[in-house]
Design a protein around this ligand. Structure first.
Ligand SMILES: NC(=O)c1ccc[n+]([C@@H]2O[C@H](COP(=O)([O-])OP(=O)(O)OC[C@H]3O[C@@H](n4cnc5c(N)ncnc54)[C@H](O)[C@@H]3O)[C@@H](O)[C@H]2O)c1
Length: 240
């Protein structure tokens, strides 16, 4: 059995389709085998309990997330970071093979030492962050998620369970469509062109995730894969 959060839409739904033939348990706010709100501690615990009740997990894919245009910026951190980390840790005892967390190209836009989440100061930092607080919350949440994955590489490797992140650029999903309508970020997203001059498709990200779950990725652990049409290399040619 493979658990997929955010299974009802976008990249998560594409992962479910790509896992055709596998037993999948989807976790989402609605239209899923397990309906739970990962923005709250109670919702996260219910998701963990209901997935664990179904038995051992071959794989776990964490796609549930919200975009920078979400009205309450704390919700971005609650879902994208705390929601993902709670499920990683809560489902780890049942995991047998591998997990993949969907981070973002945004994860590299702040250093961990400058990320308020690293000091537990995200609420106060957001209170004074101004108009772009949603974008900051998104960047911080994804940076913290990638760090959380990398921090678990020893314990998970010792248990024989691989853990990696994928870092998409702009991918054609309802989340991107929402960000494009935001007056603060819409034009910047629309006007930016990746070296591969189009947006990604959910099934392209799903194909990478399914590869990372599978036996051909058996020595890949603790890695982050950019899937962004070349943007990371374009923006940061000397950073890797
Ligand atoms: N689309 C992009 O351009 C892009 C780029 C980089 C990273 N990502 C990341 O990819 C992941 C998937 O996003 P997507 O683009 O497919 O978006 P999407 O909006 O199509 O799907 C996100 C899913 O997460 C679910 N979700 C949101 N809040 C939830 C909550 N509180 N509890 C449970 N489920 C919740 C939604 O219901 C939805 O089904 C997200 O983590 C997102 O940050 C997306």
């Amino acid at each position: 059995m493979i658990a997929v959060t955010g299974s009802a839409s976008g990249i998560g739904a594409a992962v479910v389709s790509a896992l055709d033939g596998h037993e999948v348990v989807g976790v989402d706010l609605r239209d899923a085998e397990v309906c739970a709100d990962l923005s709250t501690p109670g919702g996260r615990q219910r998701a963990i309990d209901e997935v664990l009740a179904r038995g051992e997990l071959e794989g776990l894919v964490l796609c549930a997330g919200v975009g920078p245009h979400t009205p309450d910026p704390m919700r971005i951190i609650e879902v994208n970071y705390w929601g993902a980390v709670a499920l990683l840790d809560g489902l780890f005892p049942a995991l047998r093979t591998a997990a993949v967390a969907v981070s973002s190209s945004a994860s590299t836009m702040v250093r961990w030492a400058d990320n308020p989440i690293s000091r537990g100061e995200e609420a106060s930092a957001l209170a004074s962050a101004g108009e772009y607080r949603g974008q900051l919350a998104y960047v911080w949440s994804k940076n913290a998620l990638t760090v959380a994955v990398r921090q678990r590489v020893g314990a998970w490797g010792a248990a024989g369970v691989r853990l990696n992140t994928v870092a998409p650029g702009a991918v054609e999903t309802p989340l991107l469509a929402g960000a494009l309508t935001d007056p603060r970020y819409g034009d910047a997203i629309r006007n930016y062109q990746a070296p591969i001059a189009r947006h990604g498709r959910p099934e392209e990200v799903a194909a990478l995730i399914v590869y990372l779950l599978g036996p051909q990725a058996s020595y890949i652990h603790g890695a982050q894969f950019s899937i962004d049409g070349g943007s990371d290399a374009l923006m940061r040619p000397t950073e890797f």
